[in-house]
Design a protein around this ligand. Structure first.
Ligand SMILES: Nc1ncnc2c1ncn2[C@@H]1O[C@H](COP(=O)(O)OP(=O)(O)OP(=O)(O)O)[C@@H](O)[C@H]1O
Ligand SMILES: [Mg+2]
Length: 255
């Protein structure tokens, strides 16, 4: 039975896609069967795994809007990860979903038949709390919340937690916070340490022990169509995503 995890935070540019792509590749490199769902019309995860987002024949849009069998939309990548890609087609999906019955459950229904084929299904959410993110949270066992180590780190987190509570009380009572991931951490600044202290005050043990450092290698990898963990496995950023994968595998074993 796959464990399904959404990587979500409606705040833009906090490291959701970088985490989705590198954690997927890190877990796959440890021999686990990984499916990544690109659930953002920007299609950044699709590109970061080496696919040309404007050339993919089938996308997650076809799955949730046109009822395409999810299996038919899965693409292999060069990094052991399999992906259901996305592109700008998905931008219209929120409006098209709105009048549909079971509109909050399109993704969870589509993924249901795949649960025996994968160990983890990761969902890269868009930077909003609309119907796409609701679909992702309803399809998930848990959520990873990336938080960027910057001055306004916790801005918007209240709305995100509110949305999680709404999803739990209305749709998916077992949805859990898998963990809070500190991203773009710079150990040389006091700000980084202050932000971590502040986030720990709010989330306590939910903060992963692994922090993701600010890393040029991680940020340049997508331009080569590669996850950072494949582009430069020895870089600090890559090593920390591999450590995060271990942390998540361990916690999954315990739960
Ligand atoms: N650890 C890191 N070190 C350096 N740069 C990073 C790191 N993580 C992410 N970035 C860069 O920061 C930018 C935003 O990251 P990313 O696309 O992963 O965020 P996001 O939350 O998915 O954004 P969006 O909300 O637009 O989907 C990108 O240019 C990415 O390369
Ligand atoms: Mg993104």
């Amino acid at each position: 039975m796959a464990r399904t995890i959404s990587i979500a935070n409606q705040k833009g540019g906090v490291g959701k896609t970088t985490t989705a792509v590198n954690l997927s590749a890190a877990l796959a490199s440890k021999g686990l069967r990984i499916l990544l769902i690109d659930f953002d019309p920007q299609g950044n995860a699709t590109g970061a795994l080496g696919l040309e987002k404007n050339a993919v024949a089938k996308t997650v849009y076809d799955v949730i809007i046109n009822g395409l069998d999810a299996r038919a939309a899965i693409q292999k990548t060069a990094f052991k990860v399999e992906i259901i890609p996305a592109n700008v087609d998905l931008a219209g999906a929120e409006v098209e979903l709105a009048p549909m019955t079971q509109r909050e459950f399109k993704l969870s229904a589509a993924l249901e038949p795949l649960h025996d084929d994968f160990d983890f299904i990761l969902i890269d959410c868009p930077p909003s709390l609309g119907l796409l993110t609701l679909n992702a949270l309803n399809a998930s066992d848990s959520i990873i919340i990336p938080i960027q180590c910057e001055f306004y780190a916790l801005e918007g987190v209240t709305q995100l937690l509110h949305t999680i509570e709404l999803v739990k009380s209305n749709f998916n009572p077992l949805l859990a916070i898998d963990g809070v991931l500190m991203t773009m951490y710079d150990a040389r600044t006091r700000l980084g340490q202050q932000v971590i202290a502040e986030v720990k005050k709010n989330f306590g043990y939910l903060v992963y022990e692994t922090y993701i450092p600010r890393s040029v290698r991680l940020s340049e990898a997508p331009s080569f169509g590669m996850p950072g963990v494949a582009y430069d496995k020895r870089s600090r950023g890559a090593q920390n995503y591999l450590a995060l994968a271990d942390e998540i595998i361990d916690s999954n074993r315990r739960s």
